[in-house]
Design a protein. Structure first.
Length: 132
């Protein structure tokens, strides 16, 4: 169960359960994480010098919208550490933005549940900061 606390999809679904999200949680989490992946790609892409941007852009145009293949291409330009850091930052920012967006709609109980979950998350993974 503890290893699940490092899986962003599991964490996101737990947040959705905690706030009583009534629609398809799996679909929401999948789309949310696809958006995070796209943001990571853009963030990293924008750090490249122009010649590398042109080179990478040509390569990815042939890949269509395949996030896995795009990530493989990024590995030619960035270290695993850079990729992991970018993913972590993008995911954290996306979750924080989502939490800010929904915060006004949460009840006190939902807010307390999110805080408890956030503390649980932080204890299982000290590098994760509470989102609220």
């Amino acid at each position: 169960k503890l290893q699940d606390m490092n899986d962003p999809k599991v964490i996101l679904i737990r947040i959705l359960n905690t706030i009583g999200y009534s629609e398809d949680k799996e679909k929401f989490a999948t789309e949310f994480l696809q958006n995070v992946s796209a943001q990571v790609f853009l963030d990293l892409f924008n750090t490249l010098p122009q010649d590398k941007k042109d080179q990478l852009q040509q390569k990815i145009q042939s890949l269509g919208n395949n996030a896995g293949k795009m990530q493989e291409e990024l590995k030619a330009y960035f270290t695993d550490s850079q990729l992991e850091q970018a993913i972590e930052n993008s995911a954290k920012n996306a979750v924080m933005e989502y939490m800010k967006t929904i915060d006004p709609t949460l009840s006190e109980i939902q807010r307390a549940n999110i805080m408890n979950f956030s503390k649980e998350l932080e204890q299982s993974n000290p590098s994760v900061q509470p989102t609220l």
